[in-house]
Design a protein around this ligand. Sequence first.
Ligand code: SAM
Length: 286
Amino acid sequence: MEKLSNPQVTIETIKKYNFAFQKRFGQNFLIDGHVIEKIIRAADISKDDVVLEIGPGIGTMTQYLAETAGKVYAVEIDKNLIPILEDTLSDYDNVTVINEDILKLDIGELIKEEKGNLKVVANLPYYITTPIIMGLLENHIPAKSITVMVQKEVAERMQAGAGSKDYGALSLAVQYYAEPYIAANVPPNCFMPRPNVGSAVIRLTSFSKPPVEVKDEKLMFKIIRASFNQRRKTLQNGINNSPDLNFTKEQVADALKELGKNENVRGETLTLSEFANLSDLLLKNR
Ligand code: SAM
């Protein structure tokens, strides 16, 4: 069968199955083979790899993944797409399609028999980008890398460093688990239907060990969230106003002093390693 990355083939397939795009599932299908090749190159896929594709749609990228990877698991929530995928992927015997919500799937269980390197590849549904990425990272899915198409602004937030306008809780969470690299920017006309936003391909290469040591990871992330919840407030107020944390003003002031920070310091200026140190200091004085 001719590839779905040819827009005419996508149009014919959609007509043949009378498929109606579902906005609520974030359905914007790729119609550009060059973009798909870029994603596959960024993910560095070979026959030794097992790929988990989130949201295969009608199978446009899955066709390329099946040709380059050893095996592909494609997890799609929309049951109306399943008969289409059976048709468009019928030439490949190394693809397993699973009709599930990725946020509910036990990925560890799914791949427990697999020996190859696991790599996650997806053109993500933008409405749930953050829960999907955070779920993969926090649950310690044994993936070597996660290469995904996301909204351009979200890619920039994941890659942002301390002090930049895009820096926030997502930057710190991603950078605790992985090294981000933006591989390409992708304009709306590469999708059907066209999204209202620009897109980017970002690769997150998992660390075998986080780049900073912290005694209580959960506490550090609570502090991080508290300090970005109230962007224009000081870090001191952010922590003291958080319902998830109960440190006194003195405890926070002392910890900041020990960290060598002024009491008016804002969360967005602290690096990951400073947040780790602050968390350890607060834990020590609790
Ligand atoms: N990979 C296809 C492509 O590039 O043409 C489709 C990408 S489209 C942006 C996102 C896909 O994710 C859609 O097929 C949508 O139905 C699916 N999806 C949305 N929410 C999902 C979820 N919670 N679990 C699994 N798939 C989901």
